[in-house]
Design a protein around this ligand. Structure first.
Ligand code: N7H
Length: 456
């Protein structure tokens, strides 16, 4: 099975994080006429012992669990626990500088900008930062803001002028009872695919089955594509990063206006767009009211799958992980993102208009970008015909777009099929509340690959 001490901890089980800084850097060449990167490699060697592995991340999470209730682990309270964890990932251009070409994933090799602007209805103007110059990214995460800051300074000092800092992005929890919720107010990161050999099998009959490790890790059983041109890639994983801005007052206004029009409350309409209530409770299990006791529940499969009486065909969680609508969990991703930006301010509430920047630093890991992230975004969320086989005259043809992340293109109507409060199947015209601000595809190598990169 996967050696837990040879994989980076953010892939699995996820670094314990409340705060996280993504530090995007360029690798600088050594002084002199030659194209050498020995200084960077030397510093990488020094960094490796402090990279949090899966085994260490497991222990850290366990430690936090045990202390919960006894001491508060967040940094505002005096506590010895806050620790910062670091991981590192490279874009194709960074791997090339380190002499490590050979990954076969056309999307990764081209980079996100070329890939998504070509086919996925992103706009070139979306890119607010020079993601296309980033050779790599340091991920520094922890339960306290100050320890994260200190670790970033330490890494920057370690690498000195062997790197250039391009920019950073920082995520943090929302305050008070909204901690654990994203900006629209929904609890996030409840459901993740469970991996054979790492996770315990699911206990519920209707829960998605274990996925083969090759769906997430390179060159393991169930792999998407062999990486025979890059044997060092084994046990690494592709990391997708996207900064997604959210338009919260506009989303709230829409739910308040459209809810009654569709004979339901604002909360009911929002729940139908997500497939879960704000608490996290799946509407497939409790269609009429939020039920906190089911907030973490994953034991549902949308069956009978030709109906959407409970969960709309295009609800965010049904589009992104179709469960019973598909024979198997074919495009699993491990989501590791967190919110960024300030809370909605009074003047924004008053005007029902977004002025400040806030949203989600979306991160996910997979064994193939083409078969997972891209398939979810382009072939599932952006396609009006997905999930397949749902055509019916009563729901007026196609299911429609994912209401949260679907991207309407030219000549593509942005709406979804929905069963309203009077049990009629009708169409709900959608607005857009999530806008891409840029991102990049990275590769998160195994510890042994990092050692190889560093010349060890
Ligand atoms: Fe989504 N949100 O934070 O409100 N997502 N997501 N997502 N998403 C999910 O079930 C959200 C985005 C997936 O296993 C929940 O854990 C927002 C992208 C997948 O049943 C909530 C944005 C992609 C799942 C959100 C956003 C995905 C999922 C319910 C953008 C992939 C798991 C919590 C700003 C391309 C489905 C949960 C399952 C669930 C939110 C983006 C994918 C609340 C606001 C770009 C696979």
């Amino acid at each position: 099975s996967i050696p837990k001490d040879n994989i980076q901890g953010d892939i699995w089980p996820g670094l314990p994080k409340k705060y996280e800084t993504f530090y995007f850097f360029q690798i600088n060449k050594d002084k002199g006429p030659e194209e050498n990167y020995e200084a960077f490699k030397g510093h990488l060697q020094e960094l490796i012992p402090s990279i949090t592995t899966a085994q260490q991340a497991l222990e850290a999470r366990e430690n936090i669990k045990q202390h919960k209730g006894k001491v508060t682990v967040w940094e505002e309270e005096p506590c010895h626990l806050p620790v910062a964890h670091s991981n590192i990932s490279f874009a194709e251009r960074g791997l090339v500088k380190l002499g490590k070409k050979g990954i076969k994933d056309i999307s990764f090799v081209q980079g996100m900008y070329a890939d998504l602007t070509a086919e996925s209805r992103d706009e070139t103007g979306d890119y607010k930062q020079p993601y296309t110059s980033a050779d790599g990214v340091f991920l520094v995460a922890g339960t306290g803001q100050n320890v994260v800051k200190a670790k970033v300074i330490q890494i920057e000092a370690l690498f000195g002028d062997s790197i250039t800092r391009l920019f950073t992005e920082s995520g943090h929890p929302r305050p008070g009872h909204n901690s654990g919720r994203e900006h629209f107010g929904f609890r996030d990161l409840i459901s993740q695919p469970l991996i054979e050999g790492l996770d315990n099998p699911p206990t519920g009959e209707k829960e998605p089955k274990l996925v083969l490790p090759g769906k997430i890790f390179i060159d393991r059983e169930g792999r998407a594509a062999p990486q025979d041109g890059a044997p060092w890639a084994k046990d690494g994983s592709f990391m997708v990063f996207r900064k997604l801005r959210q338009y919260v007052p506009e989303f709230d206004r829409f739910c308040k206006e459209k809810g009654p029009e569709y004979h339901m409350s604002a909360d009911e309409l929002g729940a139908r767009m997500f497939g879960r209530w704000k608490s996290g409770c799946p509407i497939d299990l409790s269609p009429d009211k939020d039920d906190e006791s089911l907030a973490s529940c994953n034991n549902f499969d949308f069956k009978p799958i030709n109906t959407q009486d409970k969960c709309p065909f295009t609800a965010h969680i049904r589009k992104t992980r179709p469960r019973g609508d598909k024979k198997e969990d074919e495009s699993p991703i491990l989501r590791r993102g967190l919110p960024y930006g300030v809370e909605v301010e009074d003047n924004e509430l008053l005007k029902q208009q977004t002025e400040q920047d806030r949203g989600l630093l979306f991160v996910c890991y997979q064994g193939s970008i083409v078969n997972s992230f891209l398939k979810i975004q382009k072939r599932w969320c952006n396609m009006r015909t997905f999930p397949p086989g749902k055509y019916s005259a009563t729901n007026n043809e196609e299911p429609g777009l994912d209401p949260i992340i679907g991207q309407p293109g030219p000549n593509i109507v942005s709406d979804m099929s929905i069963v309203d409060g009077k049990k009629q199947t009708v169409r709900l015209p959608l607005e857009r509340w999530v806008f891409n601000q840029g991102g990049e595809y990275f590769f998160s190598p195994s510890i042994s690959a990092l050692r190889l990169f560093s010349g060890l």
